[in-house]
Design a protein around this ligand. Structure first.
Ligand code: SF4
Length: 64
């Protein structure tokens, strides 16, 4: 099943991922990305992929 890989060393906390897919991504107390769902349901996959493209530092990857 689909999930998200995060390269936490790259995240700079812009929050574009959360804006693009708030059901999938959030920001922690330090303003860095957290993934809300361990598995991405089919209906959120397109949004999750759009969010990975929105990340300016390429910290996110959708893995199928
Ligand atoms: S868009 Fe990229 S850099 Fe910004 S919070 Fe999300 S993962 Fe981090």
């Amino acid at each position: 099943m689909t999930h998200i890989e995060v390269d936490e060393s790259r995240c700079d906390g812009f929050g574009f991922c959360e804006q693009a897919a708030p059901d999938v991504f959030g920001l922690d107390d330090d303003g860095l990305v957290t993934v809300r769902l361990p598995r991405i349901p089919d209906e959120l996959t397109d949004k999750a992929e759009a969010a990975t493209r929105a990340c300016p530092v390429a910290a996110l990857r959708v893995v199928r």
